[in-house]
Design a protein around this ligand. Sequence first.
Ligand SMILES: Cc1ncc(COP(=O)(O)O)c(C=O)c1O
Length: 418
Amino acid sequence: MDNILSFSLADFQYNDNPDVLAPPNDFEEWINHPKIKASFSFFEQQLLAAPRASTEILSNLDHKKRKVINLTSYNYLGLSSHPEVIQAACDAARQYGLGASGAPLLSGTFDLHVKFAKMLADFKQKEDCLLYSSGLGGNMGAIQGILRKGDVLVLDEKCHKSIVDGGTLSGAKMLFFEHNNIDSLVAMLEKNKGKRTLVAVEGVYSMDGDLVKLKEVVEVCDRYKAAIYIDEAHSTLMFGKNGRGVAEHFGLEHKVGVTFGTLSKSFGGVGGFICSNARLIRYLKCYSSPYHFSCAPSPIIIAGLIKAFEVATRDSSLRDKLWENTGYFKKQLLDLKLNLGGTESQVIPIIIGSSGEKLFQMAMELQKRGLFLQPVDFPAVPANARRFRISVSSQLTKEEIDEACNIIEDVIVKGLKN
Ligand SMILES: Cc1ncc(COP(=O)(O)O)c(C=O)c1O
């Protein structure tokens, strides 16, 4: 393989190795190269405690335990280890045991599932809700269950892989419109007029932290009679006056046909859900495979999630703190003249540019200095916009943000000048 370092994960999807149980030969050569190996050591680092703003990891870099300021977890509201949440989960473990031990339709539905699904449907102002064991499975399963061959899925090019995979499974024609570009969306809808069409967008785009242009999307979808599917993975419990998400923020919840949320980020647990009209949910219970053919979420998790939901919605204090922290953090980063792209949320990219080598050198230094801030490389983001991506948490103290900014200044700002 000439110039082995110019390859990336984008290059090894195709596999012509005659041994079906082996990866492509050149993948092995690539991934064992010392520089690629070093960059992979940033993945799968072990957390030794809850993903709090301040936590401990076993670093893959030097195999040492290290106390870190955690800017990488999606525990935006700190709910994963909230004392009331932990108490609720412990109580549920004693009452219900570890797992649901069955698919929801046959033997896996508990009173907790019914209660939580109703809470979420009421919260999202929809008729009903379907719970899934994973967020990825929820997106994939909902889209696979809604669309068929002959239908059309028009999705923003920055939509999460779970939406893309759902489209592939469904057999529908898939068309990607340019990110947040309404002319590009119109062009695709125009070419497919009269077909059953679902338009998929995200409330907050996860790599850039910008928001969907929902008002424009709604206008266009009304005109072309296309339904809207919104993924609020990074916005539920945070955006909108009541924390219902970006659709609430724009006052357009009634225009959204299906709203998706994950239970692994602001909720602090694991799982996913969709809310929509009762007839569609009834139908998807029979045709959405990750619901119909998979074990229901653990009752321990659901009990914890019910409490997390209650804590997050009983007043606005957690999201107020999140936005206070986000504003404070962003101002300091802008004062450092860093390129934060078009972020409008608690997801803050620091765009480094095209040098993967620089990105990983900085990542190494950041971690040695006690900052858990992961590099994001191509193909997850464009090759000229490699970055770090900060997930702000309501748990961060001002002192931790100041300390993080000092380290970022020493490592990233100085590194960018060299
Ligand atoms: C926008 C978006 N949708 C869906 C998912 C999948 O959620 P989960 O990680 O809970 O499976 C993610 C995960 O990162 C995401 O960012």
